[in-house]
Design a protein around this ligand. Structure first.
Ligand code: PLP
Length: 443
């Protein structure tokens, strides 16, 4: 099949989360990347408005990360972590423990390695269930997610997730409940900063406690800022209230920071942004700057210690992946954390967030725009759905922007932006210019 000046056979690759036939009829290919830009096979530059898929936080083509990966492959390409260990996995865990969400006070300094956000989520859910059982609360088997939550595609993740298309085709875990989502444009449209209204939606947890009994509930999982369903910001006070209710009822609180982790909000983690301390935090993506798949669960030390009981020869948690603590992923993570530290990328977004917000909010008056929301270096522009064709407007904007040299991400009728944290003002101007042009063209 011809694409631009190159020819590719696109038939064998069954593409994930893609309308395969539509894509293959008119493909968009990316063949190289550097800094803030992708390049297409015919040499066109495309400004990366999405850090790949929310993961390339330090920008593309970082030489020090590439070097660390190469060195590790040639030193120790793979070694198991089941009843064996290798130094770099311990180094990586110790380094992560030092920068853990919430600092030392939060106690999230025990690290379980996975290979993706989905695996991190399923790992966290299992740890929560195992912990409750270990402390004599074995009746606590119920898990609670939230409508419009995204927690990856494992059976655990889709069960607690709240995206109907990801759920309707598959059997789900029993005993899972959902809090209502917090997206309320009737009260919060065009908010600057966190939405003012909706903290009371956290009381949904009390409703579920009253309905089922706290003694049946193991954990609640939420994204502090929901990303994949369209950048939904927590109403002011919502996360604090959720924390209070979880503490009151002995329910573990899991923050899924797969997109908010590693500097996205202008703080190292969302935990640091909101000052709310969960019991477990899942991360992935930015951990290795997208170079090598890796996920982690940051676990509160008390949870970990509660499981380190019983005969010493007994495996404490029957869970893990062949590639948990993969040496190459650990090398990539350590080199990535060096870059974040050297260039102070965990906090760079804080200095730019006002400029970013001003730039993106300038799109507010354009046709069909029904909301603009930003936090840190994240933004969403929500469009009114076209009658009878929900999602069509945003998809058309996505295709048009790509042709004009800008990568945006769309979910339903929401356009989401999450550029690499190395972004400069000139890139923001370019994003607004291209996106504004595309929005003006939409019918
Ligand atoms: N959790 C959240 C909040 C996510 O945004 C994502 C992916 O976008 C995941 C989990 C799943 O991560 P992965 O695609 O690496 O499995």
């Amino acid at each position: 099949m011809a694409t631009n000046s190159n020819t590719y056979d696109l038939s064998a690759f069954w593409m994930p989360f893609t309308a395969n036939r539509q894509f293959k009829a008119a493909p968009r290919l990316l063949s190289a990347a550097e800094g803030m830009f992708y390049q297409t096979p015919d040499g066109r530059k495309v400004l990366d408005g999405t850090a790949g898929l929310w993961c390339v936080n330090a920008g593309h083509g970082r030489a020090s990360i590439a070097k660390a990966i190469e060195h590790q492959v040639m030193t120790l390409d793979f070694a198991p972590t089941f009843q064996l260990g290798h130094p770099i996995a311990f180094d990586c865990a110790n380094r992560l423990a030092q920068i853990a969400p919430g600092g030392a006070a939060a106690g999230l300094d025990r690290i379980f390695f996975a290979n993706s956000g989905s695996e991190s989520v399923d790992t966290a859910l299992k740890i929560a269930l195992a912990y409750q059982r270990a402390i004599g609360q074995g009746t606590r088997t119920r898990l609670i997610g939230r409508e419009r939550g995204y927690h990856g595609v494992g059976f655990g993740g889709i069960s607690v997730g709240g995206i109907v298309n990801n759920r309707r085709m598959f059997p789900l875990l029993p005993g899972v409940e959902h809090l209502r989502h917090t997206h309320d444009l009737s009260r919060n449209a065009f908010s600057r900063g966190l939405p003012e209204h909706g903290a009371e939606l956290a009381d949904d947890l009390q409703r579920l406690v009253d309905l089922h009994g706290a003694e049946t509930i193991a954990a609640v999982i939420v994204e502090p800022v929901a990303g994949s369903t369209g950048v939904l910001l927590p109403p002011r006070g919502y996360l604090e209230r959720l924390r209070e209710l979880c503490t009151k009822h002995g329910i573990l609180l899991i923050f899924d920071e797969v997109i908010t982790g590693y500097g996205r909000l202008g703080t190292p983690f969302a935990v640091d942004y909101f000052g709310v301390k969960p019991d477990l935090v899942t991360t992935a993506k930015g951990l290795t700057n997208g170079t090598v798949p890796m996920g982690t669960v940051f676990v509160n030390r008390n949870i970990h210690d509660a499981l380190m009981k019983g005969p010493e020869a007994q495996i404490e948690l029957f869970h893990g992946y062949t590639y948990s603590g993969h040496p190459v992923a650990c090398a990539a993570a350590l080199a990535t954390l060096d870059v974040y530290q050297q260039e102070q990328l965990f906090t760079r977004g804080a200095g730019l967030s006002e400029i970013w917000a001003n730039a993106i909010h300038s799109l507010a008056g354009l046709p069909n725009v029904i909301d603009v929301r930003t936090i840190g270096l994240v933004a969403a522009i929500e469009l009114a759905p076209r009658a009878g064709a929900p999602g069509a407007r945003a998809y058309e904007a996505f295709v048009d922007c790509f042709e004009r040299g800008l990568l945006i991400r769309v979910t339903g009728d929401v356009i989401a932006l999450s550029p690499p944290l190395i972004i400069e003002e000139c890139h923001m101007d370019r994003i607004v210019e291209i996106l504004g042009t595309a929005l003006k063209k939409l019918s």
